[in-house]
Design a binder for this molecule. Structure first.
Ligand SMILES: *[C@@H]1O[C@H](CO)[C@@H](O)[C@H](O)[C@H]1NC(C)=O
Ligand SMILES: *[C@@H]1O[C@H](CO)[C@@H](O)[C@H](O)[C@H]1NC(C)=O
Ligand SMILES: *[C@@H]1O[C@H](CO)[C@@H](O)[C@H](O)[C@H]1NC(C)=O
Length: 414
């Protein structure tokens, strides 16, 4: 009798230690993301997300405000392989000037635990200012057009949320990001989709636009990019994709803009002679790490700094299902032989805006950002080049890019 009992005890003891996959493709991971929702007139609601769990009874995921993970701010039970739970906690933003250039956790940690409080995985709300240069030996042989780069759609249409502006129809349909450009870069973004408007009768002249609405002076973003180039050894693509206001049909205004960009960015601009067949190592060797692409072939042909435009694959769709259909067709085709972007955001039609059908771009980002994260976590990540999103911190794209690039460099497929 005693013998049987002891056997039982040792058996249960043995089974209590959970075997966790160390295979990088199926690793249990837990993370903290920042939602694009603005519920109760507040933005930056934190999300607990996990993947590849094999949940047992009593498993839970906790959000903490300290690395020691002693007392959870919030606990949620884990009953599914992948989870995505909105917490009651909102992030207090750190200004981009205070984020720093060493990867760190911004005040929030997450853990995945068993019923006995054995820790199976941990994560945090992490900045990634140096993820490329940290992996320089592994990434050097990858082509620029093969590496997975997290990007921001309409990078210059950012603003910190306020309840007053957040409910204004124009703000709801023009603002695509909450982080300024320096914060985007420090948080791991390496591709910026830029649209410039020309306003000759203003002091600034050049603005970042969303369509016909000007949002910030172009000068602001150039300064942020210069700062980031000086503080890090990262490679960044700045894609001048649209010129929605003031350029007319000739090249005169373009020439002025390119002259301005050459003055401001020449010191950092990678030579277009490298072409889109360059490896990251080629770029690091020459030491100029900013790829400036420009969506006008005449200007590219006559410039010493401009690369041909990134090929943006844009579905112009209004639902997650249609975005999937569109991107599935893009991912199944042979990739362009230049830098290319899977635009992973929804786009309202004019009447959707007038009717406020989808309650703004924050909500439209909310409709797809979980899906986009899961799609590119899967095999699409293997073939992706640039993946750009609205409200990127509500996706796990930076983490997925880092993980996939490691696998790509090893030649591993999942
Ligand atoms: C596990 O940790 C949670 C949160 O600190 C606590 O409420 C719970 O009692 C602990 N459970 C065990 C079995 O220690
Ligand atoms: C998007 O994600 C949600 C939540 O996981 C899921 O219910 C829905 O089916 C997904 N849509 C598509 C098109 O994959
Ligand atoms: C917009 O609202 C009008 C009037 O309420 C309606 O007739 C129309 O179908 C709506 N259009 C869309 C695209 O929702």
């Amino acid at each position: 009798m005693w013998f049987v009992f002891l056997l039982f005890l040792s058996y249960t003891h043995f089974s209590a230690a959970r075997v966790i996959s160390t295979n990088e493709c199926q690793q249990l991971r837990v993370s903290v993301l920042v939602s694009s929702r603005n519920t109760n007139q507040q933005s930056r609601q934190l999300i607990l997300s996990w993947e590849n769990a094999s949940p047992a009874t009593g498993d839970w995921v906790g959000l903490f405000d300290s690395e020691t993970m002693n007392s959870p701010l919030q606990m949620v039970s884990s009953q599914s392989t992948n989870g995505w739970v909105y917490t009651d906690i909102h992030e207090t933003p750190t200004s981009s000037g205070d984020l720093g250039y060493v990867s760190r956790c911004l005040g929030y940690w997450a853990g995945y635990f068993t019923a006995q409080n054995e820790t199976l995985a941990t994560g945090c709300l992490r900045t990634e200012p140096t993820w490329m240069s940290d992996m320089k030996p592994q990434l050097s042989s990858l082509l620029l057009r093969h590496i997975f780069l997290p990007g921001t759609h309409d990078a210059g249409s950012y603003t910190e949320y306020t309840a007053a502006e957040g409910n204004n129809l124009i703000f709801k349909y023009t603002i695509t990001q909450e982080e300024d450009i320096l914060s985007q870069l420090i948080n791991g973004i390496r591709y910026l989709d830029i649209r410039v408007g020309y306003y000759p009768n203003t002091d600034e002249k050049w603005y970042l636009n969303h369509g016909v609405i000007s949002i910030h002076p172009l000068r602001d973003i150039l300064e942020d990019v210069q700062t980031f180039m000086e503080k890090t050894n990262e490679i960044v693509i700045l894609d001048f994709h649209e010129f929605p206001v003031g350029f007319g049909s000739g090249l005169d205004v373009h020439k002025q803009l390119v002259e301005y960009l050459t003055t401001e960015l020449g010191e950092y601009a990678a030579s277009p002679g490298l072409t889109w067949d360059a490896t990251l190592g080629d770029i690091w060797t020459l030491g100029k790490r900013l790829v400036v692409s420009y969506n006008n072939n005449n200007m590219v042909a006559s410039s010493t700094i401009l690369w041909s435009a990134v090929d943006q694959k844009w579905g112009d769709v209004q639902s997650a299902a249609d975005l999937y259909t569109y991107l599935a067709q893009v991912m199944a085709s042979s990739p362009p032989a230049i830098g290319w972007s899977a635009n992973s955001e929804l786009t309202p039609k004019a009447l959707d805006i007038v009717n406020d059908t989808f309650h703004g771009l924050r909500n439209m980002a909310e409709m797809v950002n979980r899906n986009v994260t899961e799609w590119f976590r899967g095999e699409w990540g293997q073939r992706a080049n640039i993946v750009s999103a609205d409200y990127f911190r509500a996706t796990g794209l930076v983490d997925e890019a880092i993980r996939w690039n490691k696998l790509k460099a090893q030649g591993t497929t999942c």
